[in-house]
Design a protein around this ligand. Structure first.
Ligand SMILES: *Cc1c(COP(=O)(O)O)cnc(C)c1O
Length: 367
């Protein structure tokens, strides 16, 4: 069986270093808001290319606190609109609605799978305060035109970088392309911790300070509470492990890009559509989505050939029970993606033999 994501094998690559990092934390007796978190924040900010990195408990909190920070600064208010791609993971949407902000769902393009920039400007209203782009599948969602649109309309440009660690646009990393960005270090991401973890990166000092306070019960000074905050801190052992993993991120991403290159050169089946190939700088291949009108049959067929696949994602946010008010909305490109998408194994431990087996199976699929 070729696993979709063998986290045991991935972790084993540098297990000794992780164990050393965790041991150091155990011996220190200091488990939150200590030296390890500070070090990771500094290293990750340097890697991304921002002045600030605020470590938090997970990616959803990073998204939530980013928007909440703007609200506490008076830059966004209840009922304000945030433009967001309709085909994102639910976390992006939850972070918006939990802040009493209104997500304005914009379709992606079928070609790039990322937010359709031509449709962004048309979605702007007097209540629009920001655009949250999502670099889904590890593909760049940014374009210079987005910055121009946001500047022209005085909107905050925010990034959901949960799937794009290490991806860049003309030499600038995702996480440093807009005004602020949220990152997830969920174990299965390109940069994953041993549990939940997340961060916000920004050059905005005021915003970083508010988010840091919000994540710590709203306190900037011990026992003095400026905001009704939340408890969202990164564990010291996760920061220590992430700091080790960060050293290998570019190398891991290169391996993903090599595997992608192999897939692009060898997958050849008229029933299967591959996503448009873009420069490696713009894609860190968190996932490798393929598209097929007979997706469910293809998934069963691959399973029979010993290949595990996943669907990202079977149901789009606007069709979810928790957002019934949008269930009747018609977003045809988003829905087509959700009906046809299948993610094949994509990570740094897939061997060439496994890649060959995956390609052979895909090429032999008939309907
Ligand atoms: C994983 C993910 C998140 C949420 O991250 P968690 O750390 O699991 O809370 C948000 N957005 C996208 C696009 C993701 O893939």
């Amino acid at each position: 069986m070729i696993k979709f994501l063998d986290l045991q094998a991935i972790t084993a690559l540098h297990a000794d270093e992780y164990k050393e990092a965790v041991s150091r934390v155990i011996d220190s007796g200091w488990f939150l808001q200590g030296r390890e978190t500070k070090q990771f924040e500094a290293d990750y900010a340097r890697y991304v290319g921002t002045e600030h990195c605020v470590a938090v408990a997970n990616g959803l909190d990073a998204l939530y606190l980013l928007l909440r920070g703007y609200k506490e600064l008076g830059l966004m208010q209840d009922g304000d609109e945030i433009i967001v791609p309709a085909n994102t993971y639910i976390a992006t949407i939850i972070a918006i609605t939990r802040n009493n902000l209104v997500p304005v769902l914009v379709e992606p393009t079928w070609e790039h799978l990322e937010i359709d920039i031509d449709k962004v400007e048309a979605a702007i209203t007097p209540r629009t305060k920001g655009v949250m782009i999502v670099h889904l599948y590890g593909r760049i969602a940014y374009h210079d035109r987005l910055s121009e649109i946001c500047e022209k309309h005085h909107l905050k440009l925010m990034e959901d970088c949960a799937q794009s660690h290490g991806c860049s646009w003309k030499g600038t990393k995702t996480g440093a392309l807009g005004d602020a960005a949220a990152h997830s270090f969920y174990p299965g991401k390109n940069l994953g911790a041993l549990g939940d973890a997340g961060a916000v990166t920004t050059n905005d000092t005021e915003l970083a300070e508010v988010i840091r306070a919000l994540a710590n019960y709203g306190s900037q000074k011990k026992y003095v509470f400026k905001y009704v905050g939340v408890n969202s801190r990164m564990a010291e052992q996760d920061a220590a492990v992430l700091d080790v993993k960060l050293k290998y991120l570019d190398e891991d991403n290169r391996k993903r890009q090599e595997l992608a290159s192999y897939y692009y050169e060898h997958i050849n089946n008229s029933l299967i559509t591959l996503p448009k190939r873009i420069d490696d700088e713009n894609n860190v291949y968190h996932l490798f989505p393929i598209f097929c009108e007979h997706r469910d049959e293809l998934q069963i067929f691959l399973k029979g050939q010993g290949i595990e696949t996943l669907i990202h994602y079977p149901v789009p946010p606007h069709k979810q029970e928790c957002y019934q008010e949008w269930n009747n909305r018609c977003l045809p490109i988003t829905e087509k993606i959700h009906v046809q998408e299948l993610s094949i194994p994509m990570n740094q431990v897939i061997s060439i033999e496994e890649a060959q087996a995956i390609v052979a199976a895909l090429n032999s699929f008939r309907y």
